[in-house]
Design a protein. Structure first.
Length: 94
């Protein structure tokens, strides 16, 4: 579901998401899309094109469809993607 507020993310996760949301923004994986027309005018967040690329999705629609895959396939794919990302991010120190 997009866009979402930080409070909605907190409710989904069951914990405070300030740090996580900040890190996702810092890495360019989510961005503020506007503000909700509600008291306090909270920011609305959505994923970026970099998010889709990073996690191997071709579109938001493709991301919505992936939740239909068996959980073991999703876990395996995500572990492989994270391992590849860690290898790309590692820096050799001499």
């Amino acid at each position: 579901k997009q866009p979402v507020t930080r409070v909605e993310v907190d409710e989904i996760r069951g914990v405070n998401s300030d740090y996580v949301m900040g890190k996702l923004q810092e890495k360019g994986l989510i961005k503020a899309l506007g503000r909700m027309d509600a008291p306090g005018r909270p920011k609305l967040y959505g994923t970026t094109d970099d998010f889709l690329i990073q996690f191997g999705f071709t579109s938001l629609h493709a991301m919505k469809e992936e939740h239909k895959l068996p959980e073991d396939i999703l876990v395996k794919n995500n572990k492989e993607k994270l391992k590849n990302k860690e290898n790309e991010d590692s820096i050799e120190v001499e």
